[in-house]
Design a protein around this ligand. Sequence first.
Ligand SMILES: Cc1ncc(COP(=O)(O)O)c(C=O)c1O
Length: 393
Amino acid sequence: MDFSKYEKSTASVWAGETDPLPNGAVTTPIVKSVAFAYHDLDEWHEVALGKADGFIYSRNTNPTVHVLEEKIRILEGAEAATAFATGMGAISNTLFALLGPGKRVVSLNDTYGGTSRLFLDFLPRYGVNVTLCDTTNFDQIEAEVAKGCDVLYLETPTNPTLKVVDIARLAAAAKKVGAVTVVDNTFATPINQNPLALGADLVLHSATKFLGGHSDAMGGVLCGSKELVSKVFQFREINGASIQADAAYMIARGMKTLELRIERQNASALTIARYLKAHPKVRDVFYPGLETHPGHDIAKAQMSGFGGIMSFSLDGDYDQVKKFLPKLQFVHLAASLGSVSTLAGPPRTTSHVELTEEQRRQLGIPESLIRYSVGIENVNDLLTDLEQALAIL
Ligand SMILES: Cc1ncc(COP(=O)(O)O)c(C=O)c1O
């Protein structure tokens, strides 16, 4: 079915699920079978060679996983998609499949902690030349890309200070030198931002976050041209970072309500960010939807909504965070984000725990910073909750 003439909410529900199912089932089955049997050896051979559609072995492809891949493929407007066991599976497989000894990748100082470890620790061990730039110094990034590189790796908005990176400008620079632009779209989601339409070549997600949306399944996805996705897919087949059918089902089910959740989370986050910005006990609020955010204009140009995540610093030090966070009632103090329930935590304890205070300061992360991922609760209840917790400071 051609979904290009339908809206994202329709595609989220129907993509990958338009064919009639056995017994008239109205939701896709969780196919746990490890292998798929054939009576006709010629047919098996054709499928094994990739000349005919079908499934052989679930490390490679699986019908339930295919449903998830179709949903994200359509939502990101891509030719092809492939899924992974986790978001880091998607990121590491993509980088290792595209890079090798003597190749060069240009990226940002502010990528997700796991990604940053790949850049600083693992990729250099395999002879990959890594250059990390000041995340919002687009002149510097362009200059590094112009020196020649194989991959430009971006993430926007970033974790935890919600910096906004100009995808169209940097993807155009990468195109000039024949580099592949990859964007981690986890924070924005395909409802708010479509990097491929802005000139990127590949877009990936930690599906563990907003796509699944319920903090109950881990996964990763990658979308782009058939040629590039197939290059990464071939590495993933052998590397083995395949998602299980159960997790793929949970994420695909979560995706059916993606637009509803994201619309709610966009609206609530903006309301909460404005409230916090005006609060005397809050020093700074980092949310791209605020007119005062340095990346607001770029965010307005490349995003249709500003997302459900913000961070804010309290007027004080880490002791204030220790007093404040446990007082919140409608928040899980946990390391994840993008769920139906509100989640919060200090980067000092979560994403940036391994850095020194000075390293965090250099990244613009104050000790009193809190990352707050807004759930789908009623926004007035969340505001009341924040108000009573701030009142004790
Ligand atoms: C922006 C971003 N990308 C990638 C990942 C990694 O995803 P996963 O935990 O599913 O491996 C995370 C995890 O928090 C993330 O926040």
